[in-house]
Design a protein around this ligand. Structure first.
Ligand code: GLN
Length: 238
């Protein structure tokens, strides 16, 4: 059995739980080899975190999430979960920021991060006037589930990975899983077509060992393909 938690301090945690439920049902009903029982839970305490085999950190406001995490004493356990126990952890948007080793300085100064991805993110990369947009993306890593059917990429005051940091530790290399096409770097609001095979643009999905980060919010769509892909990877690793 696999226990998957969603950090439920702030942001889109219930949306992630909905898609995890869909994905778990999909895997149980289509994958004959998988007899896995999934347990899904909201995580607010160190005790709840300790029950998890894997964790999602949702989108929301990264400064709020890290402030509440520090106040409630779960920040250090989260660092241990990701970096010492190396359990599978996926962050979307604010979650990507929290899972990065560095975030660019903001007006209010730095913020406490969990870390785990050897990258520096640029918060609110697409600026204020174009706070959100949706791009129909081709995600090559979804190939076993039909990457050709575009994935609805929802970007809300989204970060991008602006630099992959040189690490002198024993972590595996950072893999770039998807980029926005260069022509979308200065995107206007609205729906655009994005083909992430054009790799001249901003990095919007990375993985390093047990840690996955995406700039966009699959949890704000009905598309569970990334959740299915992530869960299947975890099952394969076990
Ligand atoms: N801009 C937010 C932050 O810095 C992230 C936005 C989001 O998660 N949608 O935390």
């Amino acid at each position: 059995s696999l226990t998957v938690g969603v950090l439920a301090l702030q942001g889109g945690f219930s949306e992630h739980l909905d898609l995890l439920r869909t994905a778990a049902h999909h895997i149980s009903s289509t994958d004959a080899a998988s007899k896995t029982d999934f347990t899904l839970l909201e995580v607010r305490t160190e005790e709840q975190l300790a029950r998890c085999d894997a964790l999602i950190i949702p989108g929301g406001e990264s400064t709020t999430i890290s402030f509440v995490a520090a106040q409630s004493g779960i920040l250090e356990p989260l660092r241990d979960f990701v970096k010492v126990q190396k359990r599978p952890t996926w962050g979307t948007c604010a979650g990507l920021i929290l899972l990065s080793d560095e975030a660019n300085a903001t007006k209010k100064g730095g913020q406490e991060l969990i870390g785990g991805l050897g990258v520096r993110v640029h918060r609110n990369h697409f600026g204020r006037q174009i706070e959100s947009f949706e791009a129909n993306m081709t995600l090559p890593f979804l190939d076993d589930q039909g990457a050709q059917a575009g994935f609805p990429g929802v970007f809300i005051r989204a970060p991008v990975v602006e630099e992959i940091l040189a690490t002198n530790d024993s972590r595996p290399p950072v893999e770039v899983l998807a980029k926005l096409p260069g022509r979308l770097n200065k995107m206007k609001p609205g729906v655009s077509q994005a083909n992430t095979k054009d790799d001249s643009g901003d990095i919007i999905a990375v993985r390093q060992g047990n840690v996955l980060g995406t700039s966009f919010h699959p949890e704000l769509t009905k598309d569970a393909r990334i959740h299915v892909w992530w869960l299947k990877q975890i099952l394969g690793q076990q």
